[in-house]
Design a protein around this ligand. Sequence first.
Ligand SMILES: Cc1ncc(C[n+]2csc(CCOP(=O)(O)OP(=O)(O)O)c2C)c(N)n1
Length: 371
Amino acid sequence: MNIYDRDYNDLIQRLNQYQKRMIIVGQMNLIYLFEKKYSKLLYKHFAWLTEHIGNQTIPGIPVKNFDVALYAMDGEMQEKMVPELLITYGGHVVSKRLKKFLRNNPPKEHWHVSPDGEIVDLYGSLTTVIEMDPFEFLEKIAFLLENKTPQYPLLWENFCKALPQPELPYSEMSAIGALIKALPEQCALHLANSSTVRYAQLFTVPATVEVCCNRGTSGIEGSLSTAVGYAAASDKLNFVVIGDLSFFYDMNALWNGNFGANLRILLLNNGGGEIFHTLPGLEMSGTSHKFITSVHKTSAKGWAEDRGFLYQKVEDEVQLEEAMQLFTQPEPMTQPILVEVFTNKNKDARILKDFYHQAAGRESAPRKENK
Ligand SMILES: Cc1ncc(C[n+]2csc(CCOP(=O)(O)OP(=O)(O)O)c2C)c(N)n1
């Protein structure tokens, strides 16, 4: 189906026959303001799911903590939450749990709306490609939807609303949370692959914050370069959250002399890619520490100061709180800032698991996290 098709009847008939309709929005770097008349008509008909990298592209308030929610649901609940019709637009989706959920429980129909008509079958159930601007599509169907309100979107909303907000001890995740809670209203937040873009999802990001991510194919390379380049052409403050391997992989991005004082980097240094220790099925032996986790004891202090950054080291909760005050202050500074947060990788992994288990109402942590 494409923009030139004028007859929507068949599509709308199919759409109206389903009670369980879900829309998932992938990565989109924009803010689209739906007119109220459309939002009112569209919102109640669908369970709307998106991640921070979807920015503001939904006519209403989306469900964003679905990754934790899916973990917390038992099999019976999950079954109730399966959509009959799935509509998607936008690019990347980060949550592996959502992909697994939909691949294991395929909807009856999956329609993907994209301006170029590209075929991407992320969930293995694609039935229809609608070659059209997604916002134009939504505004076209808004007046054609049946007026009765389905219960299904409320199922998702209520389940997800009841889940706890994370209150985490000092860790990579709590550092991201501390930053997100203190972000100035107007700024850009760059999330590097791969833990940071996942952990940021645990916290509520203000709608005014522009979220950027060089998602690529989840590569750890190039995220710093991309953010530095973006910040150089931006009037806003640009915050970059990045892991240690990603930072050192791409540290030459700071050799470039064109960055300004609007660049603020939160470097999460846990001495390696310890995330691999939480992967199921990957047993860590002595050699895998060297070749997979790439354990190291490098600090960015020398390089950051050489490149003109104001450098701050953080090793505990009190220092984190102090550092965040200067790091997030909205007034322009004369220097860019780099805050390096040192955490213990084993504790980080433990704290993350405990949070998921607590959200699911379980006491112990028998399952391994999926990357
Ligand atoms: C170019 C590239 N090389 C290797 C990988 C595999 N990889 C995925 S995550 C990761 C470790 C990332 O470590 P770090 O940046 O410290 O962040 P963490 O996720 O551990 O917090 C690696 C090497 C990748 N994604 N991209």
